[in-house]
Design a protein around this ligand. Structure first.
Ligand SMILES: C[S@@+](CC[C@H](N)C(=O)[O-])C[C@H]1O[C@@H](n2cnc3c(N)ncnc32)[C@H](O)[C@@H]1O
Length: 184
């Protein structure tokens, strides 16, 4: 089984319900393939490892980048850690809000998929982008059953990204609704 299918299977077996959808993963793979040699990729919120699996699949045979993924919940991180990851993948168990201030200007591609670094501390995530770095955020289209306060918070993220002076951003009707931003 390939890394992506194995990650979705792991998510299902462990009962983790929040993995990124396949269209989102396909976009992550596409963007990962374009990261420069020596570049660094970050995911906030590892979950069961589906996003990392898509990123690694986009890299193909390349080993000239680093992929760091941050997960707050130790139990969830332990599920992701059972994946067959290449050595350039670094899965860390910590709070994104603790990690991000140590990583200013460090990343070429960031998938912000955790409350920390997205709903709280979005400014820290933007600061962690290198110039010309790309930020990917999903779940930007309200879904049935979202509580009103969650809709408002997600919309706040969306507006911040679209209006931010350091970013050039586009809204995509793709997957769960996405905003893609490049740091000037
Ligand atoms: C939407 S899921 C991630 C799914 C994963 N990115 C994927 O593509 O399959 C969000 C994850 O973020 C984690 N999380 C929430 N707050 C966090 C924080 N402050 N720092 C790091 N991880 C956090 C949650 O425990 C959860 O596993």
């Amino acid at each position: 089984m390939n890394l992506v299918d194995a990650a979705y299977a792991r998510a299902e077996t462990s009962g983790f319900p929040l993995s990124c959808e396949r269209p989102v993963g396909r976009l992550l793979a596409t963007l990962a393939a374009g990261v420069r040699p020596g570049g660094n990729i970050l995911e906030l919120g590892t979950g069961a490892g589906v996003g990392v699996a898509w990123i690694v699949s986009g890299l193909g045979e390349r080993t000239d980048v680093t992929v760091t993924s941050i997960e707050l919940d130790a139990g969830t991180a332990a599920v992701a850690a059972t994946g067959a990851w290449p050595s350039f993948v670094d899965l860390r168990v910590t709070d994104a809000l603790t990690f991000l201030p140590t990583a200013v200007g460090a990343f070429d591609l960031i998938f912000a998929d955790a409350q920390g670094g997205k709903i709280e501390g979005l400014d820290l995530t933007i600061a962690a982008l290198r110039p010309r770095g790309v930020l990917v955020v999903d779940d930007m289209r309200p879904a049935d059953g979202w509580p009103e306060d969650f809709v408002a918070r997600q919309d706040g993220v969306r507006r911040t990204l679209l209006d931010h002076g350091d970013l050039v951003s586009v809204e995509l009707d793709h997957g769960s609704g996405m905003v893609l931003s490049t740091r000037r």
